[in-house]
Structures are given as C-alpha cells and as structure tokens.
Write a protein that binds this ligand. Structure first.
Ligand code: G6P
Length: 551
C-alpha cells in the first residue's frame, strides 16, 4: 500500500472482517465445533513435513476466505515475489532480505544488483564444510596439537538466538566430542562462567557479529582473547583458535583475526534471519555438516510451500492471518508459543527476536503512523512446565491469549509412558482452552463430589473456565534437522506476511538504537571519565553506582 491507497482499516476487505467479527462475537468455539463436525479435517494445512491444526480458532469458512482476500488486497503475492526475487524489501536500509537464498539449492539463481549470489552462498557452505571436517577429523587442532573439544560462540541477538535454539533442539544429532557454549550478555558472569571450566588448548572461539560493532560481543571477545593469552596461548596461536563471521572484515582483522579465518556475512541477510549463514557455524561444528544441510533443506521446502501454495492451504500464511484476526479484530495483545518438547526450549526466545524486532513497528513503510495494533507480545516456554505456572492466567485471567502448541509425534528419548503423557497434556490444554468449563458444569461436578448445595454455589464461579481461547497445534513426525528448518522458516514467513498486512518494514530495527546511544553517554559518567547531568532519575542512580563501586 502506498500513501495513495486507503489505510488498511478502510479497505473493504477489512470491513468485511469487522462484520464477521461482530457476527461471531457471541459464538463460542464449543458451538463452532458442535455445528461443524468436519472442521477438524477441514482446518488442517500441511507443508514441508509439518501439519498445522488450526481448527481451534474463532474461524468459519467465510472468515478464512475474507482473511485470504485481505492478504490479496494487501499485495501479498507481489510482496512475496519481491522478497524471493531480491528486491529492496527493507526500504529504510535500502536492502533486499534474502535469507531464503541461503537455503537455495546449488545451481539455482538469485540476483542482487545483477549478480547471482547462490554460488557465493554455496562457496561459503563449502568453506564451512572444510572447517567442520578438519575440526572433527582432528586435522585442525589447537596450538599444542590437541583436538578441539569445545566451541565458544560469542554473539548476541540474531548472532546468538538462532544457533542456540538449533544446537539445543538437535542434541540427538550431535557429533560426539564437540561441546558448544554461547556467550552473549555483557555481564561478566556469562563469559566468566563459560570460560572457567574450559581448557584453552582445546577451545575454538567464534566471534559472531554481522556488524563487528556490537558492544557486548566485542567486549566479551576481548575477555576471551585475554583469557586465552593469559592461559598459555600466544599471539600466533590466536589464528588457530579465533574465527569470525561478519560483514566487517577490516574490523575483524583489526581485532587480530586472520582473513582466512573470517567467514562472510552479507548485507542482504538480517541478523535475526542469519542462522542459515556462516552464523550457523556453532550448529555445523556441533552437529556436523550433513545435519546443517538438512536444516537448510527443510527451510527450503517451507520456502517452496510458502511460495507456491494457495493461501487457504498455506501454513505460514494461515498462521499469519489467524494472528491478524486474533490481534486486530479480537484484541489479543499477546501470542504464546508453547512447545511440548524439551529440546525446543529456546524456540520462544528465538521467535521473540524474530517477531518482536521485526513487527514491533508503529509507522507504515512510508512513515505514516498506523492506526491499528501491530506485532503482539510473544512469549512462551515448554509444556508441560508452563501448565504449572502461567496457564492459570490463560484459563481464567481476563485476557485473550492465542497459543501455538508445537508437538513432535515421537520422542527421541522414549521412556515409560512419558511421551503419551506429554501428548495428552498438550491435547488437553488445547481442549481446555477451547471448551472451558461452564458454571453449570462446575456446579454439577461439585455436587457430584458430595459437596452441599450452598458450598457448591459459592465455589462454582471460581471453577468456571470461559474457554474460547484460540490455539494452533503444529505437529511433526519427529524433531529432525529438516523439520526444525521448516518450523523456523514457517515462523519467518508468518512474521513477513503479517508485516505485509500491517504495511510495515519487518527487516529494520531502528528502535534498538536509542538505548545504545544513551548507554554510550552514560558509561563515561559511571566510570568517572565524564561529568554532566542527564535527568534526575538517571543522575541519582549514576551516583549510587559510583559510590558502590568506589568511583
Ligand atoms: O550481529 P551483530 O551485528 O553483532 O548484531 C547483533 C544484534 O544486535 C542489534 O542491536 C540488533 O538488535 C539485532 O538485530 C542484532 O542481531
């Protein structure tokens, strides 16, 4: 949409949806299931080995088709083509966003400024492969000739969350012998805790920073380098132990990393979409290159599904449209992500950056303020643990909380009835959110348990569960590299589709800059290197910090 087209909320397709919402306002999900016994079969989408069950949404066939009409009116098809074709989709930074090119098969073409970038991507994969096989075979060792046992990845944000998610999620595929650690935070505890038990002779460091300007990463890398030098290392040995992944080769070299140990990143890959690039080295070093390539293949299969499947059956498009439906028409302000798999523990963390940094925007692509809500607050954690913590609020709080359940059908660690119990918990939570419990049911249950009528009357309102909470279930046969690749790519595309509807730039992140700027002004004051005043609240705490630290 440009300045010349009507605002999103003025589109006829939007107004049709507003009317559908009014018509459905008093219809409970229970009724939708009762009236429409086939909905569970109809509201299933399959793509790249994933199955999306979206039947537990406040959805009818009319709503689904109105949502897909809205996507069409917002130019989804053109915008999707522009994304895959390498057009400037990140307008404020004047760049394409070609994470999809990172998982394109060899021999295909994606052009940036007239040049096919696929060969460069493939050449980088080949370099990664050489490194991984040299490390795994023991051909590349530490400076005293011992094989590497530990990899420390130093990076933050997009140079951290994706690799950390994948390394943990694919633990069963890990190659014996390499342990992977992640240092991100500018809190001495993080880096010190990680380094303390390690042997510098057998530790390989990856400095992961697209810009090579990130304060946390550079500071932690200096600590790691000093630790290495102070524990038997020497300047020459740095070349064997420190690698970098970055677009900023001069800065990486200035840090002391040999050019041949620098892996490229490209401006056309956003940080939060970069795990598929050499930023994925922690993954490749831990799991081996075949698993890394399977991850890419899974993501590519999802790219193809997203590109070629009609909206009504398109898994990420449906997820995106349901998010818009819940968010903009029903007032949900949050989105829960609830993986029922211990290995997916870090999925919500990764999706938080992916979604909230992408779609936490308040102006359209053309700089006009939006008059509708954009990205929701995304949060979550593994089930069944969350059931004993925050699910209470979902069941009986006052907010609408749409949830995505994610569930592999089989377990990598079958033991007793655990997996069946886990699955039962996932299904029962989705069902409880959908059906709830009426006052009458609550009262009857209490009476049946032998409670007297007055007590039952008093307690029943506390046991009422309204239900009618929308949820999706994403299923897969098992959590394999390919399925994980497809899952992460599905969320990338879901985020993108929502940005198309909301007409915002999902590939920039200007909002994170102000805090960095202010931090650079406050730091010299904390260290006593600069005077001056900020505001009384900041000044008070600067004084407290200086007193506590003897500055
Ligand atoms: O990879 P880097 O350049 O070090 O950036 C690391 C991260 O920091 C930035 O502040 C952005 O918020 C993130 O999108 C980015 O992933």
């Amino acid at each position: 949409m440009s300045e010349h087209t009507p605002s999103l909320t003025q589109l006829p397709e939007w107004q049709v949806l507003t009317r559908h919402k009014q018509q459905l306002a008093n219809t409970h999900l229970r009724e939708l299931f009762a009236q429409d016994p086939d909905r569970a079969q109809r509201y299933l989408a399959e793509g790249a080995g994933l199955t999306l069950d979206f039947s537990r949404n406040r959805l009818t066939d009319e709503v689904l088709s109105a949502l897909t009409n809205l996507a069409r009116a917002c130019g989804l098809e053109q915008r999707r083509n522009a994304l895959f074709d390498g057009d400037i989709v990140n307008r404020t930074e004047n760049r394409p966003a070609l994470h999809t090119a990172l998982r394109q098969p060899a021999g295909t073409e994606v052009r940036v400024n007239g040049q096919n970038i696929v060969p460069e991507v493939q050449a980088t994969l080949a370099r990664m492969e050489q490194l991984v096989s040299a490390v795994h075979s023991g051909q590349r060792t530490g400076h005293t000739g011992k094989p590497f046992t530990d990899v420390v990845s130093i990076g933050i944000g997009g140079s951290f969350l994706g690799p950390k998610l994948v390394v943990r999620a694919l633990t069963p595929y890990a190659q014996a012998g390499i342990r992977c650690h992640f240092v991100a935070n500018i809190d001495g505890t993080d880096v010190q805790d990680i380094l303390r038990p390690l042997n510098p002779e057998t530790t390989l460091f990856l400095v992961q920073s697209k810009s090579f300007r990130t304060q946390e990463t550079l500071s932690n890398s200096l600590v790691a380098r000093d630790w290495f030098l102070n524990n038997g290392g020497n300047q020459r040995a740095i070349a064997r132990h420190f690698l970098a992944v970055t677009t900023n080769i001069p800065e990486a070299k200035a840090f002391g990393i040999d050019e041949e140990n620098i892996f490229p990143m490209w401006d056309w890959v956003g940080g939060r979409y970069s795990l598929w690039s050499a930023i994925g080295l922690p993954i490749a070093l831990t799991l081996g290159m075949p698993a890394f390539r399977e991850l890419l293949e899974g993501a590519h299969a999802m790219d193809e599904h997203f590109r070629r499947t009609p909206s009504e059956r398109n898994l990420p498009v449906i997820m995106a449209l349901l998010g818009v439906w819940n968010n903009n028409f029903w007032g949900a302000e949050t989105q829960a992500v609830l993986p029922y798999d211990e290995y997916l523990k870090y999925l919500p963390d990764h999706l938080q950056q992916l979604d909230m940094e992408s779609n936490g925007k308040r102006v359209t692509q053309h700089g006009q303020p939006v008059d509708y809500p954009t990205g929701p607050v995304l949060w979550g954690g593994v089930g069944a643990n969350g059931q004993h913590a925050y699910h209470q609020l979902i069941h009986q709080g006052t907010r609408l909380v749409p949830a995505d359940f994610i569930m592999p059908l089989t377990s990598h660690n079958p033991v007793g009835d655990h997996h069946a119990i886990l699955f039962a918990n996932c299904l029962s939570q989705a069902r409880a959110m959908m059906a709830g419990k009426t006052l009458e049911e609550a009262r009857q249950e209490l009476l049946d348990s032998g409670m007297d009528a007055m007590q039952a009357e008093a307690l029943a309102p506390h046991k009422l569960i309204p239900g009618n909470q929308p949820s999706n279930i994403v299923l897969m046969d098992k959590l394999s590299p390919g399925r994980l690749g497809a899952l992460i790519a599905a969320y990338e595309h879901r985020t993108f589709v929502q940005s198309v509807i909301w007409d915002i730039d999902c590939f920039d992140q200007w909002g994170v800059e102000l805090g960095k700027q202010m931090g650079n002004e406050i730091l010299p004051r904390l260290k006593g290197e600069a005077g001056g005043a900020t505001d009384s609240a900041t000044d008070n705490l600067v004084a407290l910090f200086r007193a506590a630290n003897g500055v």
